[in-house]
Design a protein around this ligand. Structure first.
Ligand SMILES: [Zn+2]
Length: 511
């Protein structure tokens, strides 16, 4: 099947041929591009798609998402700062959901941010009990790294006074009795094992919605960076793709505890194994895993020829990640390892230089600056602010930068990520360290070609070139031709995956 997309301002992201007017596609791959006249000359037997002068770009790649958690967040009670501003609001929202939920069934809620609540604290089990005593409740923090459980949920999860925190975990306790107070940080492994998963049909509905949302934002491929991914998650993704709920290709990171357990790919490349994911968390002065253990984990992956993706936000964690990679590389130098640091929230110019010298890629979240910019200005220590998400310093140090949303932490909206990488402006307009602003072309690269590179997929996707997959996004205008603070307002007019119009649902094809 042959299709020609014509009458477009094609922005290829290929330096050898940056612009064109039309693209020919066959069997899901790009076969030719050029002027309208040249490409329309090939139109015999092809269906034509008139792009009406819009900007046709390579489809956006979300290089760091938690797809299943994002899907579940869509059917959970929304406790994000956009929806609630106090613990009373959370109670109200939970009460409403519980009223529609059979007693005993779990009530799931997500997205709360204690710093955005009027009380400026985490809710407790007792706050949740007061609203919902007869349903187990799990309220997940915006970061995804903490949960608050009500009393029934704690009991069902087997969490009590005798529970010991795992390494790096923390359980808040009542100061007089020692009983758990509800807040559990970095204890997901324990909770996930104890709390029933949502059933398959409900998950399928949620993932269908998540997939539609991503397509409507112009996303044509995602990389799932979840640290607990293993064979079960692989099977879940496989089923969701086969059943048609997940309509875009997924690269699944392999949690380091499952090292070597995932196949390389399946379903004709619609499901692929990505890097080995290692999360380094900071709690007080401690990092988990400890530096020696981290070094060993990175070495085990590197030694096998695998790529690692290390979650590191604070400078201490970033530093530990760099050291671990440096050490593995010293023991066994390897070209083109493409090891990644995820987030890299605080990083000095010197550390950026070490990252660049080692050929490490940074996969970060420019839209965090939009959603949390004002909070960062209020809370990040003054001396760290110039080094917060320092995209400019990283680029100047030769670091390859890619972008992901980290959804469900924030909604997956690449255009907002592109806008914010350029403006560095928070929701209310505060600008953070403008010396790290990128130009539009660089911001686009983060969401296309360099995102593909960061998963060894630059030969397949990320730019519009003959031979690559026909994954496109059609925008109402060229992002470089509108004021930077209006990039996120551009319309996504069409999203094409493997040559097929995947969004909007009714295509507007002409012949
Ligand atoms: Zn993440």
């Amino acid at each position: 099947m042959k299709t020609i997309f014509h009458n477009a301002n094609v922005i290829t992201m290929d330096d050898a041929r940056p612009r064109a007017e039309a693209v020919a596609v066959e069997n899901g791959r790009i076969t030719a591009l050029g002027s309208d006249a040249d490409i329309l000359a090939l139109k015999s037997g092809a269906s034509l798609v008139d792009c009406r002068g819009g900007a046709l770009l390579p489809g956006f790649i979300d290089a760091h998402i938690h797809l299943l958690a994002y899907a579940v967040s869509l059917i959970s009670v929304d406790c994000s700062p956009a929806a609630v501003s106090s613990i009373a609001d959370i109670q109200h929202a939970l009460r409403r959901r519980a009223a529609q939920t059979p007693a005993g069934r779990w009530v799931r809620a997500t997205g709360y941010d204690e710093t955005a609540l009027a009380e400026r604290r985490h809710p407790t089990r007792w706050d949740l009990d007061a609203a919902v005593p007869d349903h187990p409740v799990r309220l997940i923090h915006r970061s995804g790294h903490a949960s608050v459980l009500n009393s029934l949920a704690l009991a069902l999860a087997g969490v009590g006074i005798a529970t010991e925190e795992p390494p790096g975990g923390y359980m808040e306790r009542d100061l007089t009795t020692g009983e758990p107070a509800g807040l559990l940080i970095e204890m997901d492994a324990l909770l996930d094992a104890a709390i029933p998963r949502i059933d398959d049909a409900e998950l399928a509905r949620a993932v269908h919605q998540a997939s539609d949302n991503l397509l409507s934002e112009g996303v044509t491929a995602v990389q799932d960076a979840t640290a607990t991914n293993g064979p079960d998650e692989w099977q879940t993704f496989r089923r969701l793709i086969v059943e048609g709920h997940l309509r875009l290709p997924v690269t699944v990171f392999e949690g380091y505890e499952s090292l070597g357990k995932l196949p390389r790919q399946a379903l004709g490349g619609r499901l692929r194994r990505g890097p080995v994911k290692i999360a380094v968390s900071e709690l007080g002065d401690e990092i988990t895993p400890a530096e020696d253990d981290l070094g060993d984990i990175v070495w085990q992956a590197h030694r096998r020829g695998r790529q690692v993706a290390i979650h590191a936000i604070g400078q201490r964690a970033v530093h530990a990640a760099v050291r671990a990679i440096e050490e593995a590389w010293r023991r066994k130098p390897r070209r083109d390892h493409r090891h990644r640091i995820e987030h890299c929230g605080v990083c000095s110019p010197d550390l950026a230089k070490r990252i660049g010298a080692l050929g490490i890629a940074v996969v970060s979240q420019p839209s965090f600056l939009y959603h949390s910019g004002e909070r960062y200005l209020a809370q990040v220590p003054r001396e760290d602010l110039p080094h917060l998400y320092p995209f400019g310093d990283l680029l100047r140090a030769g670091v390859l930068l890619a972008a992901g949303s980290d959804a469900p932490v924030v909604p997956p909206r690449p255009l907002l990520g592109i806008q914010t990488a350029v403006t560095r402006a928070g929701r209310l307009g505060a600008v953070l360290s403008p010396q790290h602003s990128l130009d539009v072309a660089q911001a686009l690269l983060m969401h296309t070609r360099d995102a593909a590179w960061s998963a060894f997929q630059d030969d397949e996707r990320g730019s519009i070139e003959p031979g690559k997959r026909a994954d496109f996004v059609l925008l109402s205008n060229d992002p470089a031709s509108v004021p930077p603070d209006e990039i996120a307002d551009l319309d996504v007019e069409m999203t094409v995956v493997a040559g097929q119009i995947a969004w909007p649902p009714s295509s507007r094809r002409s012949t």
